[in-house]
Design a protein around this ligand. Structure first.
Ligand SMILES: *Cc1c(COP(=O)(O)O)cnc(C)c1O
Length: 365
């Protein structure tokens, strides 16, 4: 069986270090917002080039806390992508705001400044681009647009840890950003975890308050907050993997480039790198008119593959009321033809060749 992500192989390389960290934490019994969370927040802030990085319970919570800290609420519109995981738009709904979905670029699958500009109304308060599959959205253009219209820029970096533009990390461009440490993400922990980044001291104070029951001083509560802290044991895992994240992302890029090279002559669309930034290939996602046939052949050979995402958000039942009459032709076309292949830091050249061999067999038969 070839899985989408080979977490077991990755774990084998770091097992000793993580087990030492776990044993130490369990001995210390400092489980909530302890020394590893504090150290990880500092190390992540340094890596990402931001003033503040604040751990929380998940990527979904990270986006929710970021929106809360920026004061987004009822009556506000937030422009985002419909070609993403549901959590992007759920976070917008949690604060009582309305997601406004705009179409994606056909090559990068990210939302563009041009499409965002067309959706701005008097109620627009924020823009939430998603760096989908690990490729940075056009942050310089989107940031300029947000500045021109006085909008908050909140980045969904759940799939883009380590992706950058001109040496600047995603998650450092906007007013705030949310990262996910779900196990299969580029930087993943052993359960749920998330991180909010910001360069604003005021926003950082609010995020820390909201994640911990609305409190800055113990047993004094300023707002109705949440229980959304990053777990100390997860911080041990994250500190271990953060040291190796550039190596992990380089291995993903190597595998992705090999896939694309080996499939260059086949009748399908391999991922497009727009050259603007560094794509970290959270997913390796292709387009084919014969998707179902290709996927069936892979599954028959016990090779995992998946469709991210089969139903765009504007067509989900949960958003039907918000999206009456919304049509996003590029998003709908991509959702109908996309599929993703195994990719992770432990994927060997031989395995890439084997997978491409199966696809070649279908498309050249
Ligand atoms: C994974 C993901 C999230 C949510 O992260 P969780 O940690 O699972 O809550 C949000 N947005 C995108 C684009 C994601 O891929």
């Amino acid at each position: 069986m070839i899985p989408m992500v080979n977490l077991k192989a990755q774990y084998a390389e770091i097992k000793d270090e993580i087990e030492r960290g776990f044993a130490e934490t369990i001995e210390n019994c400092s489980f909530i917002l302890g020394p590893n969370v504090q150290a990880f927040e500092k190390e992540a802030a340094d890596y990402l080039g931001v003033k503040h990085a604040i751990g929380c319970a998940s990527g979904t919570d990270a986006l929710h806390l970021a929106l809360l800290a920026e004061g987004i609420g009822p009556g506000d519109e937030v422009i985002t992508s419909a070609f993403t995981f549901i959590a992007t738009a759920e976070a917008i709904k949690y604060v009582g705001a309305t997601p406004v979905f705009v179409d994606i670029d056909a090559q990068t699958f990210n939302i563009s400044a041009e499409n965002i500009a067309q959706a701005i109304t008097a109620r627009t308060r924020a823009v939430m681009p998603v760096h989908l599959f690990g490729q940075p959205a056009d942050l310089p253009a989107i940031k300029a647009l947000c500045e021109k219209h006085n909008l908050k820029l909140i980045e969904d970096c759940a799939q883009s840890f380590g992706a950058s533009i001109d040496g600047r990390q995603t998650g450092s461009f906007g007013h705030a950003a949310g990262f996910s440490f779900f196990p299969s993400k580029n930087l993943g922990c052993f359960g749920d975890g998330g991180l909010v980044t910001t360069n604003s001291d005021a926003a950082a104070d609010k995020i820390k308050q909201y994640r911990n029951h609305g409190s800055s001083v113990r047993y004094y509560h300023e707002v109705v907050g949440y229980n959304s802290r990053l777990d100390e044991l997860q911080a041990v895992v994250l500190r271990t993997k953060l040291k190796r994240i550039d190596q992990y992302n380089a291995a993903r890029r190597h595998a992705a480039h090999l896939y694309s090279e080996l499939m260059a002559d086949l009748n399908l669309t391999t991922p497009h790198e727009d050259g603007l930034g560094i794509h970290v290939y959270h997913q390796y996602t292709l387009l084919s008119d014969r998707r179902d046939e290709v996927m069936k052949a892979l599954q028959d050979r016990r090779i995992a593959c998946a469709v991210y995402y089969p139903v765009p958000l504007h067509q989900q039942n949960v958003f039907k009321a918000d999206c009456a009459g919304v049509s996003l032709p590029v998003t709908e076309d991509v959702a109908a033809r996309c599929f993703s292949l195994p990719i992770c830091s432990a994927l060997s050249d031989d395995t890439v060749q084997e997978i491409v061999g199966v696809i070649r067999g279908v498309l050249t038969a």
